[in-house]
Design a protein around this ligand. Structure first.
Ligand SMILES: *[C@@H]1O[C@H](CO)[C@@H](O)[C@H](O)[C@H]1NC(C)=O
Ligand SMILES: *[C@@H]1O[C@H](CO)[C@@H](O)[C@H](O)[C@H]1NC(C)=O
Ligand SMILES: *[C@@H]1O[C@H](CO)[C@@H](O)[C@H](O)[C@H]1NC(C)=O
Ligand SMILES: *[C@@H]1O[C@H](CO)[C@@H](O)[C@H](O)[C@H]1NC(C)=O
Ligand SMILES: *[C@@H]1O[C@H](CO)[C@@H](O)[C@H](O)[C@H]1NC(C)=O
Ligand SMILES: *[C@@H]1O[C@H](CO)[C@@H](O)[C@H](O)[C@H]1NC(C)=O
Ligand SMILES: *[C@@H]1O[C@H](CO)[C@@H](O)[C@H](O)[C@H]1NC(C)=O
Ligand SMILES: *[C@@H]1O[C@H](CO)[C@@H](O)[C@H](O)[C@H]1NC(C)=O
Ligand SMILES: *[C@@H]1O[C@H](CO)[C@@H](O)[C@H](O)[C@H]1NC(C)=O
Ligand SMILES: *[C@@H]1O[C@H](CO)[C@@H](O)[C@H](O)[C@H]1NC(C)=O
Ligand SMILES: *[C@@H]1O[C@H](CO)[C@@H](O)[C@H](O)[C@H]1NC(C)=O
Ligand SMILES: *[C@@H]1O[C@H](CO)[C@@H](O)[C@H](O)[C@H]1NC(C)=O
Length: 481
């Protein structure tokens, strides 16, 4: 999800710059057809920059081949002034070595991020994500025109220079997934009033006392990603008036921190603007998540891996735009509320709670479901052909460890083609479920512990072409013809 957003924002930023240049162009309509070449100084700077890079896959092979650096890969110039305004160093994704999880950088700086960059004085857009480097140079603060700075997954260490606070036009800042030293202060953030997108995920902010204040000084902040930052808030923050806090935060990821319910009043300030909210792996306690029901524009909500107790609030059933809801690994009890208004929901994970009731019998109303995990609860009720009739899009189903009863005829043909089916401990037996043979795309199948009494030859009749994982343990299967 964050990925799609990122791409969209990148696109937006290009667009913004394009629109700016077009306007500038129109006001100078006398000089229209003059083809503007790139600046010699900037060209030389780019060539020096290339010299400072190890470029394993020759991504910069076009650099130096033609005189006009404006059409080199990853370089964009303002077509009126000829100045380089956008630079994207790497177009390739990181590859991970499967066995060591080591990152394989296709591009890296030989030493530090080099000063030729400074020659590109009109740079507005700089993305060097997944280019390996050592640290962020302090001189970055001199690139005064920067609106977009993306340095995620660069293996950067050292400190985050407070000179970033000099980039007062920044709209987009992504420094996520690096190895910076423990950050002491984020006060420089408050000098970036135009910031809309901030991603510092996987940066150790546990030593900062001002992160919350810094964020609340950014009036236009729209996307905030501080996942895995060691964040905690000891006391309930004072409520901020909209003059001092972001007016319309839409996308928040504060997952994998040590946050408690003391931050909730602040979050509920954004009940009208929030579209995506991710709070998984924190320390939210006791209070049931009632007020989330007031966040009427939510499309995704992830509260998994916390300690929420009590019932799932009925109000969540009103979030008509919700596409993804994850409440797994909490201590929620009682019946699942009526969800028939959640007609767009495609991902629903309620697993590992203490939920009961026969809600499953009404699941046919959720016709957009693609991913359903309700495993390890105390649910009962009958799973019938009628209840599954509408679930044509389902590809992931885990109903393990509940107390469902099945009423599926021998020749039933499901409306879906599953890729993952997990039905551990579901009392499926004694006979082998024939309908499994219709599932041609299945790659992960777990039907262990089901009191099944059949022959291995029946397994052979399954569509095994895509199968990568099979668990049929704890059944009574005989080797037979
Ligand atoms: C200059 O750039 C603008 C916006 O990208 C574009 O619409 C226009 O056609 C360009 N002009 C020339 C002469 O390339
Ligand atoms: C850049 O422009 C030159 C001259 O217009 C052209 O020969 C060359 O193919 C272009 N290179 C790229 C990568 O577009
Ligand atoms: C991954 O790392 C291991 C251990 O360093 C190495 O033996 C292996 O060749 C690497 N895999 C690939 C695909 O290069
Ligand atoms: C690293 O990536 C390059 C090209 O992308 C590839 O040729 C090489 O095998 C990769 N090495 C490892 C260790 O994955
Ligand atoms: C950049 O910011 C630092 C403080 O973070 C300040 O001391 C310095 O004067 C600024 N430089 C410029 C060129 O504005
Ligand atoms: C949303 O928040 C505002 C301000 O905090 C509050 O006045 C309003 O009642 C809330 N809306 C809902 C539906 O709870
Ligand atoms: C569903 O939506 C309708 C109309 O918006 C509303 O009247 C009803 O109370 C909602 N039902 C539930 C269970 O939330
Ligand atoms: C469901 O759980 C709630 C809360 O634990 C309990 O009060 C209720 O009796 C249970 N309902 C059924 C049908 O077991
Ligand atoms: C299937 O879903 C549609 C709306 O999505 C609903 O109107 C219809 O009643 C459902 N069918 C069954 C058998 O429940
Ligand atoms: C579900 O379990 C509860 C409590 O054991 C029981 O009262 C109820 O009749 C069961 N419902 C179904 C549909 O089996
Ligand atoms: C099982 O489902 C069929 C329709 O598919 C229905 O006629 C029958 O009554 C159901 N049996 C039970 C025990 O619910
Ligand atoms: C398994 O099935 C066979 C033949 O259908 C039957 O003779 C046997 O008693 C069954 N075993 C169990 C444990 O149900």
């Amino acid at each position: 999800m964050a990925g799609t957003h990122l791409t969209f924002l990148v696109f937006l930023s290009w667009l913004t710059v394009c629109i700016m240049t077009t306007n500038a162009y129109k006001t100078n309509s006398n000089v229209v057809d003059v083809k503007v070449m790139c600046m010699e100084r900037e060209k030389q700077a780019l060539l020096k920059l290339k010299d400072d890079l190890v470029d394993k896959n020759d991504q910069l092979s076009s650099w130096g081949t033609s005189d006009d650096c404006c059409n080199w890969t990853g370089v964009r110039c303002n077509n009126r002034t000829g100045h380089v305004y956008a630079l994207q160093l790497n177009q390739q994704k990181l590859q991970l070595n499967d066995s060591t999880l080591e990152k394989n950088y296709s591009m890296q700086f030989k030493w530090d991020i080099s000063s030729p960059l400074l020659e590109l004085k009109h740079l507005a857009y700089l993305t060097m994500s997944m280019v390996r480097a050592t640290s962020i140079p302090q001189f970055i603060g001199s690139l005064k025109h920067l609106m977009h700075l993306e340095m995620s997954d660069c293996d950067l260490s050292g400190t985050i220079p407070h000179q970033l606070g000099n980039l007062t036009r920044l709209v987009f800042l992504d420094l996520s997934n690096n190895n910076f030293h423990k950050v002491e202060s984020l006060s420089w953030l408050s000098r970036l009033p135009a910031l809309k997108h901030l991603d510092l995920s996987s940066t150790d902010l546990s030593g900062t006392t001002d992160w919350f204040q810094a964020i609340n000084s950014l009036p236009y902040l729209h996307n905030l990603y501080l996942s895995d930052c060691g964040l905690s808030l000891v006391i309930s923050p004072p409520l901020f008036h909209s003059n001092y806090s972001p007016a319309s935060l839409a996308d928040i990821d504060l997952s994998q921190n040590s946050l408690t319910s003391s931050i909730l009043p602040w979050l509920f300030d954004f009940n009208n603007s929030l579209v995506h909210l991710k709070l998984c792996y924190n320390e939210f306690l006791r209070k049931n998540p009632k007020s989330f029901g007031a966040m009427i524009n939510l499309e995704s909500l992830d509260l998994s891996e916390n300690h929420f107790e009590g019932e799932i609030p009925r109000a969540l059933g009103n979030l008509g735009r919700l596409e993804s809801l994850d409440l797994s690994w909490n201590s929620l009890v009682g019946e699942v509320p009526d969800m028939k208004n959640l007609s767009f929901i495609s991902t629903l994970d309620l697993s590992e709670n203490k939920l009961n009731g026969s809600w499953i019998e009404n699941i046919q109303l959720l016709s957009h479901l693609e991913y359903l995990d309700i495993s390890s609860n105390f649910m009962n009720g009958t799973i019938s052909e009628i209840s599954l009739l509408n679930l044509t899009k389902l590809t992931y189903l885990d109903i393990s460890s509940n107390a469902f009863v099945f009423n599926l005829s021998l020749n039933w043909t499901p409306p879906f083609q599953l890729e993952t089916l997990i039905m551990r401990s579901c009392k499926l037996g004694p006979s082998f479920p024939q309908w499994l043979r219709t599932q041609r795309r299945i790659s992960h199948l777990d039907i262990s512990s089901n009191f099944m009494n059949g022959t291995i030859s029946e397994i052979n009749l399954l569509n095994l072409i895509k199968l990568r994982y099979l668990d049929i343990s704890s059944n009574i299967l005989q080797v037979g013809a």
